[in-house]
Design a protein around this ligand. Sequence first.
Ligand code: 5BU
Length: 273
Amino acid sequence: MASQSHLSYSQRAQKHPHPLVRRLFEIAERKKTNVVLSADLTTTRDLLAIADSLGPHIAVLKTHIDIVSDFGPATVEGLAQLAQRHDFLLFEDRKFVDIGNTVQKQYRGGALRIHEWAHIVNATILPGEGIIQALDQSIRDGGISERGILILAEMTSKGSLAVGEYTRISVEIARKYPQSVLGFVSTTELSSHSPSATRDEDFVVFTTGVNMSSKGDALGQQYQTPTTAMAGGSDFLIAGRGIYAAADPVSAVQEYQKAGWEAYERRVGSASG
Ligand code: 5BU
């Protein structure tokens, strides 16, 4: 098995060639959390307030920065300060999907200047390999070592076409860009099933659609629990409404943190025991 998911985050941090993945695993271990908050709030004030109150319990804060109605320098500066204070990374769920030349401009420039503040971004391989090549080039030329890409290998919504051959090729392309591709957004661990998996490769698996109290929504979202996601080889659990829309978001994030961490310990413990 090529997957490293039987190893602890600190064991993986020690061996991993990418500085951002090392930092991510170290944060998870230090804070005992594999929760990624999907902070889909629509004003700077609400976004920063939730990032501040839940920050101590999360490893990564995921944003959709284009839904923030009053986006500006205060949004980005506030997020960067809170990421520093509470020791978490920033992941912009931008889902790039265009030709390489356009994507470079969307990543580095424009009003959002994503490359300046987001440690992690994601992209789909729908346009072909050029999109990843373009982002990889921007990262390598960008002069900031702690930047990386997650390839959108699967989606959680009903009827998703990100399956089969698309998912398989996502893994193949990921292997060609070790300096910038950190892993995948997917519902389960993918790379170890592939015939060309190498023994030491270690892709990080981020799983969206995690919710402890609902099975889905009216618009096609489909959920799994922290326990099933971790058992399927996920490394980081992305939860949005299950946490920020709960009556008490601080208690909710603590519940997800506990469930995610216990499931992780069971996985690592059962592999070594
Ligand atoms: P929710 O409130 O936990 O359902 O939010 C899920 C978040 O993850 C939301 O920001 C989506 O845009 C994002 N998402 C997803 O739900 N499913 C996917 O396959 C991908 C992203 Br990729």
